[in-house]
Design a protein around this ligand. Structure first.
Ligand SMILES: [Zn+2]
Length: 458
């Protein structure tokens, strides 16, 4: 047992002063509340106690959508003229160069940076299944990515992509038949069934990447796993005309007609959903993963987040193309994008009746809603959930003066001003250290830099 105490602990959606978390040997939270009360519990008597003076404890961030290999696009493609040029002139040339060593090096770099900025779970939407010549396939690369996450000690939801459309040379690295994709997804799921820090979810790529048969297969596997499935949908305006010409209806209506819209459906992007589709998503109990910084970078557009929040759709967050790997940046960008569009303030807080006018709904997009989107038991500091926690230093100047007052001021500062890369000092996944004293607990950053240098120069 481990008893963590801190100046402030986020429990029941508020910062509690003088709080603590009691963690069982199985890595789950036993209790959370006032430190003096937890210390008096009989179950805490034999625990190891760690007093995090000058720190606040939060649930770790959950990055619900990332393609880790795209971190290698940094410095290349930032000034493409449009999305199509970015895809064809930058993304696909990178895809054609990737080998397994580069895939692993990119995953280590991306996940290390995420961890150092407070992320404890990564949702990896992974689709480069085949070798450079289109050979191989199966789960070799997906397994290598999972093993990279395990080396670092970060939790991973491998969103195993199912892709059977497209004729570009790069797409040959993604394509499988629906039968092969389904078999490989089930096999990968079984392979990691005994590891509580790894889950596998089906992820038909998109309407342009996955056929109706593939999307139906993914939906069936999700039901079998009792878990969500993820699909890119309505990211670009062009996705509407593709759906209309292929299926005769808008993207989410196409999913509905396939019988694949339910509470297991998690849409990635959803920028160009119309009013009726947003209502449809809410009525079905589905969720959304939103990637505002990537949407800005690629000129995708602005999703109608306040409307989705008001309808009760859980909105999670991701870093997608991974130019920056910080969920706190994504949280504040959700709100700021709405402000420049609507010329108002406090927009997401205003759309959530339970927010007390605070940044709480933004923080929950990067934590509890991410857990919901990935189907994992984390995202809050509450008994029974995994002890995936982050300790931030109240000595970090980006939290002053709110660090002195605590409460909702501190919560707002965490979302709107904190520089996570310097404020995050420690983190744990299932009670085991991921970041210690501002450094990776299980690997050296030097080793990762050397791997990146080796694959870039090869
Ligand atoms: Zn994506």
């Amino acid at each position: 047992m481990l008893l963590l105490t801190a100046d402030h602990v986020l429990v029941d959606r508020r910062f509690l002063a003088g709080g603590a978390v009691l963690i069982g040997d199985d890595g789950r939270i036993v209790a959370a509340g006032r430190a003096d009360e937890l210390a008096a519990l009989p179950s805490a008597a034999a625990s190891t106690r760690l007093d995090l003076d000058g720190h606040a404890l939060l649930p770790g961030c959950i990055n619900a959508h990332t393609h880790s290999f795209q971190v290698l696009l940094r410095g290349n493609g930032d000034n493409a003229r449009n999305f199509r040029e970015w895809v064809d002139g930058h993304l696909y040339p990178l895809v054609m160069r990737l080998d397994e060593r580069a895939i692993v090096a990119a995953a280590l770099l991306a996940y290390a940076e995420m961890a150092l900025a407070g992320t404890t779970t990564v949702g990896e939407f992974f689709y480069v299944h085949h070798g450079r010549d289109g050979s191989g396939g199966g789960n070799t690369h997906a397994t290598a990515v999972i093993e990279a996450a395990r080396r670092l000690g970060i939790r991973i939801a491998l969103l195993r992509t199912m892709y059977d459309l497209g004729s570009k040379p790069g797409q040959a690295r993604f394509r499988e038949t629906a039968d092969a994709a389904a078999a490989n997804t089930r096999e990968l799921h079984a392979l990691y069934a005994a590891d509580p820090t790894v889950v596998v979810r089906p992820a038909p790529h998109s309407l342009h990447g996955a056929s109706e048969a593939m999307i139906r297969a993914a939906s069936e596997i999700a039901a079998e796993f009792r878990a969500p499935f993820h699909i890119h949908l309505a990211e670009q305006q062009g996705d509407l005309s593709f759906s209309t010409s292929t299926y005769g209806v808008s993207p989410l209506r196409a999913i509905e007609r396939m019988g694949a819209l339910s509470e297991r459906t998690v849409l990635v992007h959803g920028i160009w959903l119309d009013d009726g589709e947003r209502a449809l998503l809410a009525d079905a109990g589905g969720a959304l993963v939103y990637n505002p910084l990537t949407n800005m970078a690629l000129g995708d557009g602005v999703a109608r987040i306040p409307d989705l929040v008001a309808r009760g759709v859980p909105v999670a967050l991701g870093t997608d193309a991974n130019n920056r790997l910080n969920l706190f940046d994504e949280m504040r960008t959700v709100e700021y994008l709405q402000r420049v569009s609507a010329l108002e303030m406090g927009i997401v807080a205003g759309a959530d009746p339970d927010s007390r006018g605070t940044a709480l709904p933004l923080l929950e997009m990067g934590t509890a809603n991410g857990a919901r989107a990935l189907g994992i038991e984390a995202g809050r500091i509450a008994p029974g959930l995994w002890a995936d926690l982050v300790a931030i230093s109240l000595d970090d100047p980006s939290l002053w003066p709110a660090a002195c007052s605590g409460g909702d001021d501190l919560l707002n500062a965490v979302v709107f001003s904190m520089v996570a890369q310097t404020a995050v000092r420690h983190s744990w996944v299932a009670g085991r250290p991921l970041v210690r004293d501002g450094r990776l607990a299980n690997m050296s950053l030097d080793e990762i830099r050397d791997e990146i240098a080796a694959v870039v120069q090869s």
